[in-house]
Design a binder for this molecule. Structure first.
Ligand SMILES: NC(=O)c1ccc[n+]([C@@H]2O[C@H](COP(=O)([O-])OP(=O)(O)OC[C@H]3O[C@@H](n4cnc5c(N)ncnc54)[C@H](OP(=O)(O)O)[C@@H]3O)[C@@H](O)[C@H]2O)c1
Length: 325
């Protein structure tokens, strides 16, 4: 692993250069504020009808219409939803300065061909490994969030320096910038979302909850057991690793874990994981994401309303209300 830390990075590539942050959502807000607090000149580029303009202005940021922000900047960071980045790039391309740098926080749009950046542009990625809310709070605490970085196109010879200086200015280099590629970051991130933390784990929690309730356990108790302990597990794994986590739980819990875990997650799960990985690598998932957006998000709308109607949500609300009392 090739890790670069703050002290090894020259901040000069951002000196006297203006950064346009396109989009003021989860990442856009955090990155714009961190850049500003690091002394970088920032302008937030938004659509005319954006409701985020007032929020960005009240946070002390300069705000401009998309085309003006892009046209006035040396570095343009695209921080809108991935599935619209192709259309967004084509909209702003005429305004991008010759030799400007174009940045991303995910490798997906470039690697899977949603857009093809002009040959005169530097193209880089700084992909923080966590949500924007945490990126911002870590920065204000003097800490940083680890990020992957890569260069896809080095038209001016400055792309590497700009990428690292950008990663430093948003605070990520305090924790470390790991050298990667657009392909590696996109594939690893999409695979995890599909198959492991965001795809697999919630399904496992729900199956466990429903099995316990079906077996006669009170829904709130089933929820506390199957879902409520996830935070403890995550904190222990974060602090000690998987083996270290096992060392601090009771013998009862440990024996249950090592005998029951492999019974539930059987070896053939890897075959299905390879299928998911294949669909990610081939670009099939990236295509379906773009088609979903073009169709107006029917699958996501349905999945969201189905999820809200599940019995586990009623148990969640009871526990939440109990904690609030
Ligand atoms: N979410 C995360 O925690 C996270 C973590 C790591 C990396 N990333 C990456 O960071 C990037 C941004 O993700 P995000 O979750 O921060 O996005 P997001 O919160 O969904 O972005 C919302 C912003 O995008 C703007 N936007 C939406 N459609 C637009 C359009 N057609 N033209 C111009 N602006 C538009 C919205 O404008 P309005 O204000 O006008 O609605 C809003 O300001 C993605 O590449 C993502 O993969 C995200």
């Amino acid at each position: 692993m090739n890790l670069t830390r703050e002290t090894e990075i020259d901040s000069a590539p951002l000196d006297g250069r203006r950064v346009a942050i396109v989009g003021y959502g989860n990442q856009g807000r955090a990155q714009a504020l961190n850049l500003k607090d690091s002394g970088v000149e920032v302008v937030v580029g938004l659509r005319g009808a954006s409701g985020s303009a007032i929020e960005a202005q009240s946070a002390g940021l300069k705000v401009a219409l998309l085309e003006d922000a892009v046209g006035s900047a040396d570095i343009v960071m695209l921080l809108a939803p991935d599935e619209i980045l192709g259309d967004l790039y084509r909209e702003i391309e005429p305004n991008l300065r010759e030799g400007a740098a174009l940045g991303f926080s995910h490798g997906l749009a470039v690697h899977f061909g949603y857009l093809a950046p002009r040959p005169d542009l530097d193209v880089y990625m700084i992909a923080p490994k966590g949500p924007g809310t945490a990126l911002r709070s870590l920065y204000t605490e003097g800490k940083g969030m680890i990020a992957l970085w890569a260069v896809a196109q080095d038209a001016t010879g400055n792309a590497r320096g700009i990428a690292l200086a950008y990663g430093r200015a948003i605070g990520c280099a305090r924790a470390g910038l790991i050298a990667s590629s657009f392909e590696e970051e996109a594939v690893a991130d999409l695979f995890n979302e599909n198959a492991v933390v965001w795809g697999g784990v919630p399904e496992l929690l729900r199956a466990g909850f429903e099995t316990l309730v079906e077996g006669g356990v009170t829904p709130e108790i089933a929820y506390l057991e199957c879902v409520g302990e996830l935070k403890l597990l995550a904190e222990l794994i974060d602090a000690r690793g998987i083996a270290g986590m096992r060392e601090v739980i009771s013998n009862t819990a440990e024996l249950g874990a090592v005998s029951g875990g492999p019974q539930i997650i059987r070896p053939d799960i890897r075959e299905r994981m390879r299928e998911v990985l294949g669909a990610v690598k081939s670009g099939a998932f990236a295509t379906s994401l773009r088609e979903e957006a073009q169709a107006g998000y029917p699958q996501l709308d349905k999945a969201r309303s189905d999820a809200r109607a599940q019995s586990i949500e009623a148990a969640y609300r009871s526990i939440r209300d109990l904690k609030a009392d």
